[in-house]
Design a protein around this ligand. Structure first.
Ligand code: BGP
Length: 462
């Protein structure tokens, strides 16, 4: 049934630096905002050791090779290579990623490098973080270093992971802002940083490909009431299309721009910004993270549009007077209350393809669950079921004509959740540690590891 995948399809898996590496202050690494915040909740772990991938990457890459991965998506911790965010280069940090890339290539695993995954250097945060326009220059300096040092070996670059989640739900992922107006100013600076970096990548490297990596999910109106339908459409534009339109067209989506102006959130432009955004709109592909769809009803403007139900997924709430979140009774939920919607994955892929006609990479998709180690094994059949349903729908999307070249589920190995600790696991490889008890951090392939290995083997043999 899986024969329609091209033999060069990049079956992969994902991680991000601060969630997997540990080694938070070794070999000259500077603190990031994630380190500086420590555990955001006292009852869950911080990121200081994580999965200790920094010290054990060789063992991990060997397991990735055994699993059959064709690609591995990771991020470079900005403050590991530039401890102060700009200026002096930390050669030990540069070498870590160089070694990691070589190790991947040794096993023919394509490195997919995310430049920025939630972990701004703390030194830049202290100068205002993304509120400060100078952070744009620092990001470009960082990107230039990455292109210089790794551009000879890395072909695929992702600019900014889930910019839309940082802007709309910064509290969950560590990006602070005092108001929506300020958040959209930060977004504007990130758009400029991304545009300059995409251009720089093409100026510096002949064969490299680069693209944005927002979280894109399709939306359902709660009913066929036209007011619900238009609210859902607005949600999609504000929550999703803005971010891809900026990368692709280098312009604000007009519908979203009107919304920003109506509510007084519109960012300040400096002279030349419009040209930078336009000139840098050079994505070679689009990468999306997909976990769950959203359902939306018309706003009632009664003070309850925002209602965040305890236990619901953070991204599932409304905005007063704009739209309100609704419950989709057709969908089941994970034990962390994230909706499960494989068909919505197909819809999302079709919509992205229809709008932009660029090849698509899926840089995240997966199931967070409390796995149990029993007699040295982890039977995560639920994760296999989840991934299989999504892969089936991805295949149907491909049959619809959507061009997809890579699937990198979250996560290659267990790592620290952005805001829900180590108990919530996503990996194909179990890491033997508890929230606060590090144990030996042994690597134990889960049942899903062997299932994915079989799937990759089955679809890539000629
Ligand atoms: C995405 C992030 C990842 C990751 C994942 C799972 O939003 O890009 O960094 O952690 O979601 O989310 P969580 O860790 O909150 O369960």
């Amino acid at each position: 049934q899986l024969q329609s995948f091209p033999s060069d399809f990049l079956w992969g898996a994902s991680t991000s630096a601060f969630q997997v590496e540990g080694g938070a202050d070794v070999d000259g690494k500077g603190p990031s905002i994630q380190d500086a915040m420590g555990a955001r909740h006292p009852d869950i772990t911080d990121f200081s050791v994580a999965s200790d991938h920094y010290h054990r990457y060789k063992e991990d890459v060997k397991l990735f090779a055994e699993m059959g991965l064709k690609a591995y998506r990771f991020s470079v911790a900005w403050s590991r290579v530039l401890p102060a965010g700009r200026g002096e280069v930390n050669e030990a940090g540069v070498e870590f990623y160089s070694n990691l890339i070589d190790e991947l290539l040794k096993y023919n695993i394509e490195p997919v490098l995310t430049l920025y995954h939630f972990d701004l250097p703390q030194a830049l945060e202290e100068e205002g973080g993304w509120n400060n326009r100078a952070t744009i220059d620092a990001f470009v300096e960082f990107s230039q270093l990455v292109f210089e040092r790794y551009g000879d070996r890395v072909k695929y670059f992702l600019t900014i992971n889930e910019q839309n989640v940082m802007i709309l739900h910064g509290n969950a992922v560590g990006t602070k802002s005092e108001s929506k107006k300020q958040a959209y100013q930060q977004a504007h600076h990130m758009f400029l940083a991304q545009a300059r970096t995409m251009k720089l990548c093409h100026d510096m490297l002949d064969t490299a490909k680069i693209g944005p990596a927002p979280n894109i999910i399709s939306v359902y109106p709660e009913s066929c009431n036209p007011e619900d339908v238009i609210a859902a459409d607005n949600w999609m534009a504000i929550r999703c299309w803005l971010y891809l339109d900026m990368a692709y067209h280098g312009e604000y989506n007009s519908l979203v721009w009107n919304y920003l102006c109506d509510r007084g959130y519109q960012p300040d432009f400096e002279e030349g910004d419009a040209e930078i955004l336009k000139e840098g709109a050079q994505p070679d592909f689009i990468s999306i993270n997909y976990y769950a769809t959203m359902t939306v009803a018309a706003a009632r403007n009664d003070g309850n549009d925002v209602t965040f139900r305890e236990g619901d997924q953070q991204i599932m709430y409304g905005e007063e007077g704009v739209y309100r979140a609704a419950v989709n009774t057709n969908l089941s939920k994970t034990e962390y209350s994230w909706f499960i919607d494989p068909v919505g994955f197909r819809t999302t892929l079709r919509q992205v393809w229809d709008k932009y006609r660029l090849p698509i990479m899926i840089s995240e998709n997966g199931l967070g669950q409390k796995d149990e180690l029993v007699d040295g094994q982890v039977d995560d059949q639920y994760r296999i079921d989840y991934l299989k349903l999504h892969i089936d729908q991805m295949q149907l999307a491909m049959a619809d004509g959507v061009e997809i070249f890579s699937y990198c589920p979250w996560a290659a190995l267990d790592l620290v959740s952005t805001h829900q600790g180590y108990g919530k696991r996503y990996g194909f490889i179990y890491i033997d540690r508890e929230e606060f008890d590090l144990k030996e951090l042994a690597r134990i392939p889960k049942k899903s590891f062997y299932w994915y290995q079989d799937l990759i083997k089955g679809t890539t043999q000629v």
